[in-house]
Write a protein that binds this ligand. Structure first.
Ligand code: ISE
Length: 336
């Protein structure tokens, strides 16, 4: 089988990481094109992709037929203008989360995929490829500890870039829990409420956090999410699941413990790039394999839309302080 030629669109933090990953660890694919308007960023990414050609925009890259598949890693608000021409060209796409930051553009993307007649989009909710989440989902489904009653999720970032603004707490960060709570429980999020903890004076100006988000699901399982983007000490994503007959926990950092100078210490991750490195590898390898078979293997554009619809209520809840009910469009039979 010939190697899959991938165009990586956007080579900021995540895109540059994916270029290295594809070059070093992914089997059966290589980066054939870097699509990036910023020349210096493109050049630095190309140091890890010797076979790649640089294009400033997706249209020129498509015109040059320089790829078999597209990996989109630009910020969420720039996904739609890349997704639509790539879909139109019939290219398989792995699109970083969120599919789009708002419900309306997510629906437009879904409509475009449906009219093209083939499922081409996979959304990069990488937590679904993390061993801990996969094990927990299986444990919940097995009912070995009885029925699942609730989830306590902690999502902590040491800090965020200057471009991060308050609504991103929901559409850029909590969107992971919104997707993964449905993945774990097999039940859609139906209500969202947001409470504020005491504001961290170390949070950047304009951010009012940490927040506590309550996600209610159709099945009655309630998930609490501590969303904290200024926790300083490290990057931590953990979940505790409460069952009828016990508790299950994922995400506790393992590794060498040092007993030194009157303290016991284990290093903590500082970024999602290392915390979820294995999940990203797994996600991209499975996507490459699926593309070779003409399919996808992971969350679809419809999953991306469902997350966006719940995000809309989440942002409303962040502003209103009330419980917001999530409304979903009818699922096109195309996604059954
Ligand atoms: C970022 O965009 C991610 O996707 C990370 O996984 C998340 O932890 C972070 O809060 C987001 O800003």
């Amino acid at each position: 089988m010939t190697e899959l030629r991938i165009a990586v669109v956007g080579t900021g933090l995540m895109g540059a990481d994916h270029v290295i990953r594809i070059g070093k660890r992914i089997v059966g694919a290589h980066v054939s094109a870097i699509v990036e308007p910023d020349e210096s960023r493109a050049k630095s990414a190309m140091e890890n992709a010797p076979e790649a050609t640089w294009y400033p925009d997706i249209e020129t890259a498509i015109e040059a037929k320089s790829m078999d598949a597209v990996l989109i890693a630009t910020p969420g608000q720039f996904h739609e203008p890349v997704l639509l021409p790539a879909l139109h060209a019939g290219l398989p796409i792995l699109c970083e989360k969120p599919l789009a930051p708002d419900e309306e553009s997510s629906l437009r993307i879904v409509d475009a995929e449906v009219s093209g007649g083939k499922q081409l989009i996979q959304v990069g909710f990488m937590r679904r490829f993390d061993q801990g989440y996969m094990d927990l989902r299986e444990h919940i489904a097995s009912e070995a500890s009885g029925e699942l009653l609730g989830l306590h999720c902690a999502h902590r970032n040491p800090e965020v870039p200057d471009s991060y603004h308050n609504d991103m707490l929901i559409f850029d960060s909590v969107v992971h829990e919104i997707d993964v709570v449905r993945f774990l429980t097999d039940s859609p999020v139906t209500t969202v409420e947001v409470k504020h903890m005491k504001r961290n004076s170390l949070s950047p100006t304009g951010l009012n956090e940490p927040i506590l988000v309550l996600l209610g699901t159709e099945s009655g399982v309630l998930a609490t999410v501590e969303m904290n983007v200024s926790v300083q000490f490290g990057y931590q994503v953990k979940t505790e699941a409460v069952f009828q007959r016990g508790i299950a926990e994922i995400g506790r950092t393992s590794g060498m413990s040092r007993f030194f100078d009157g303290a016991i210490s284990t290093p903590e991750h500082m970024s999602f790039k290392t915390r979820f490195a294995a999940a990203y590898d797994n996600q991209i390898q499975r996507w490459v394999n699926a593309v070779q078979r003409g399919t996808i293997d992971g969350p679809s554009a419809w999953d991306g839309y469902l997350a966006a619809a719940a995000v809309k209520s989440g942002v409303a809840a962040l502003h209103s302080g009330s419980v917001e009910v999530v409304k979903y469009a009818n699922k096109p039979s195309f996604y059954n």
